[in-house]
Design a protein around this ligand. Structure first.
Ligand code: TYD
Length: 208
């Protein structure tokens, strides 16, 4: 089963991913956690270019192609082989981040991005996508408390982050069978409890 975690800056995906992995491993599942951009040797190099705060002149189109390049490597090298071996793959961001950030945020044509993304992933899509929804003000405030994690994209204007949030909500609304929206202004424990229950429910529905 392929599970993706999505959400704006500071929504707590990364912490949640670690806790979900631990919970599932304790229950005896084989789990593999990856993050985007990155998750492979080449993807990690692409990540460094994307998040480098000196790359202020990077075009939205360049951004999209670099995220896609990292994704192509991740899908072929990690996601598909792990899914084929029967593992649960938890992915911290996937192609919907490109639709939300580069599509809704930078206003690139979402239809074009969807077509290229489908080519990049050879049609691999999530079985379950959890959206951790939070306002940009609250999310960015959390990020600013941890200068280590502050990156080039965090520095875009607040209205960019507003469009990203709306984009995610729109994607969720268009595909309610796959997307589950969680209020990420709650405490870490509350979010973990809610998402764990969702995930275990989906696994049992599939007889996994
Ligand atoms: P990261 O430090 O991993 O942030 P987060 O903890 O919020 O996931 O940085 C990833 C950044 O890249 C984040 O600002 C979101 C952005 N991003 C895109 O703009 N498009 C994409 O396709 C992906 C995967 C990420």
């Amino acid at each position: 089963m392929f599970v993706t975690l999505e959400g704006p800056e500071g929504s707590g995906k990364t912490t949640l991913c670690v806790r979900l992995e631990r919970m599932l491993v304790n229950k005896g599942y084989e789990v593999f956690c990856v993050r985007e951009p990155g998750g492979t040797v080449i993807g990690q190099q692409v990540r460094d270019i994307l998040l480098d705060q000196d790359n202020t002149s990077m075009l939205p189109e360049t951004e999209f192609m670099l995220f896609s390049a990292s994704r192509a490597q991740l899908v072929r090298e990690v996601v598909v082989p792990r899914l084929e071996s029967g593992a649960i793959v938890l992915c911290d961001r996937f192609l919907d981040s490109s639709l939300a950030y580069q599509g809704y945020g930078h206003r690139l044509d979402v239809g074009v991005l969807e077509k290229i993304s489908s080519f990049v992933t050879s049609g691999v899509t999530a079985d379950l996508t959890v959206l951790l929804d939070i306002s940009p003000e609250q999310g960015l405030r959390r990020r600013q408390q941890d200068p280590e994690t502050w990156n080039r994209l965090d520095a875009y204007a607040i209205d960019f982050h507003e469009r990203v949030r709306k984009g995610f909500l729109c994607l969720a609304e268009n595909n309610p069978n796959i997307w589950k929206v969680v209020d990420a202004s709650q405490s870490e424990d509350e979010i973990f409890t809610t998402v764990s229950a969702m995930l275990l429910n989906e696994l049992s529905k599939r007889g996994i």
